[in-house]
Design a protein around this ligand. Structure first.
Ligand SMILES: Nc1ncnc2c1ncn2[C@@H]1O[C@H](COP(=O)(O)OP(=O)(O)OP(=O)(O)O)[C@@H](O)[C@H]1O
Ligand SMILES: [Mg+2]
Length: 286
C-alpha cells in the first residue's frame, strides 16, 4: 500500500451505563494511506464513534482506548488535550454527521468561515471574506453572498453539509474524516462534492475516511472499504470488489439493498450470527 498516514491499532470506545459497560467500538485496527477509505455498516455499528475516537472527540463518560492511533509517527493517544486541539481541524478535520450541531447557532455563516480562515491563514478581513465566498462556491453554493449573511438555522440540511465541508477544508488537512457528508444532497450536488474530495486525495495526497451507509456509493467512490458490524471490522475489501464480498453480514447488507432493476415484493431481512461480533477484528494493512 501507499505511504501510511494513519495507523489505528486496537481502538475501543466504551460507555459506562447503568447495566455495565457498553462497548461501541471493539478493537478496531486499520491503516489509512493517501486514499479514499470507506466505512460502511448498519446503523449503530460504530462508524461515527470510530471517526470521533480518532480525534478523541467522545464525550465523557465515554472513553477511548487504543494501542495506538499513529499519525505519521506521532501517537495521538499520548498527546495532551492541548496538543490534540492543534491536531483537530488542522491536521485532521472531521465533517460531523449532523452539521447543524457543529455550527455556532448565533453567528452568521460568513463570520464563522472568515474566523476559521483567519485562524489558519494570516489574511485581512476583506481577503478572508473573498476567500470564504470562493470556498462556498467551490462546494456548489450558488448565492454565496446571501449564505454568508445567514444563520445556521436558515440553512437546509444539504447546505449545512456543504458549508461544513468548505470549512473543514480551509486548513488543508492531511486527513479528512467525512461522516455521511453527502447524505442530504441530491445526486448532482453529491457528485460535485465527491469530486472536490476526490481531487484533494489525488492532487494533494490527502487521506479520506468516508463514512456512509450507502454501499453502492462507497463501492463506486472509494478505494477500499471497511465493513463494520457491532463495533468490529468484519471485512476489509477493495471497493470495486465490494459486490463480491464474502462475509455473510456484508452479503446480507448487499442483498437488502432495494433494486430498481429487480424489484422484489419484500426486502430481505438481515440475518445475524452472534459469532460475527465475536470474530477477531481484521487488520486493514496488507
Ligand atoms: N453517549 C452514548 N452512550 C451510550 N452509547 C452510545 C453513546 N453514543 C453512542 N452510543 C452507541 O454506540 C453505538 C455506535 O454508535 P455510532 O454512532 O458509531 O453508530 P453509526 O454506525 O455511526 O450509526 P448510524 O449509521 O446510525 O450513524 C450505538 O449503538 C450507539 O447507541
Ligand atoms: Mg453515524
Amino acid at each position: 500500500m501507499m505511504s501510511t498516514l494513519l495507523d489505528v491499532q486496537n481502538l475501543w470506545v466504551r460507555f459506562p451505563t447503568r447495566n455495565g459497560v457498553f462497548d461501541a467500538v471493539r478493537g478496531v485496527s486499520f491503516t489509512l494511506g493517501r486514499e479514499r477509505l470507506g466505512i460502511v455498516g448498519e446503523s449503530g455499528s460504530g462508524k461515527s464513534m470510530t471517526g470521533r475516537a480518532i480525534l478523541r472527540l467522545i464525550r465523557p463518560p465515554g472513553i477511548v482506548e487504543a494501542d495506538q492511533v499513529n499519525l505519521e509517527g506521532q501517537d495521538l493517544m499520548k498527546l495532551s488535550e492541548k496538543d490534540m486541539r492543534s491536531v483537530r481541524g488542522q491536521r485532521i478535520s472531521m465533517v460531523m454527521q449532523d452539521p447543524k450541531f457543529s455550527l455556532n447557532p448565533v453567528m452568521t455563516i460568513g463570520d464563522q468561515i472568515i474566523e476559521a480562515y483567519r485562524l489558519h491563514n494570516s489574511a485581512s478581513k476583506a481577503d478572508a471574506y473573498n476567500k470564504s465566498l470562493e470556498m462556498l462556491e467551490a462546494v456548489s453554493i450558488r448565492d454565496a453572498e446571501r449564505v454568508m449573511r445567514a444563520y445556521p438555522h436558515e440553512m437546509s440540511g444539504g447546505m449545512g453539509q456543504r458549508i461544513m465541508i468548505a470549512m473543514m477544508l480551509i486548513p488543508n488537512p492531511e486527513i479528512l474524516i467525512a461522516d455521511e457528508p453527502t447524505s442530504a444532497l441530491d445526486v448532482s450536488v453529491q457528485r460535485q462534492v465527491l469530486d472536490i474530495m476526490d481531487k484533494l486525495v489525488k492532487e494533494r495526497g490527502m487521506g479520506l475516511i468516508f463514512i456512509s451507509h450507502d454501499l453502492n456509493l462507497v463501492a463506486d467512490f472509494c478505494d477500499r472499504v471497511l465493513i463494520m458490524y457491532s463495533g468490529r471490522i468484519v471485512e476489509v475489501c477493495d471497493a470495486d470488489k465490494l459486490h463480491e464480498a464474502k462475509h455473510p453480514y456484508t452479503r446480507g447488507l448487499l442483498n437488502s439493498l432495494p433494486r430498481l432493476d429487480a424489484p422484489r415484493d419484500r426486502l430481505e431481512v438481515l440475518e445475524r450470527d452472534p459469532q460475527w461480533s465475536e470474530a477477531p477484528s481484521v487488520s486493514g494493512s496488507e
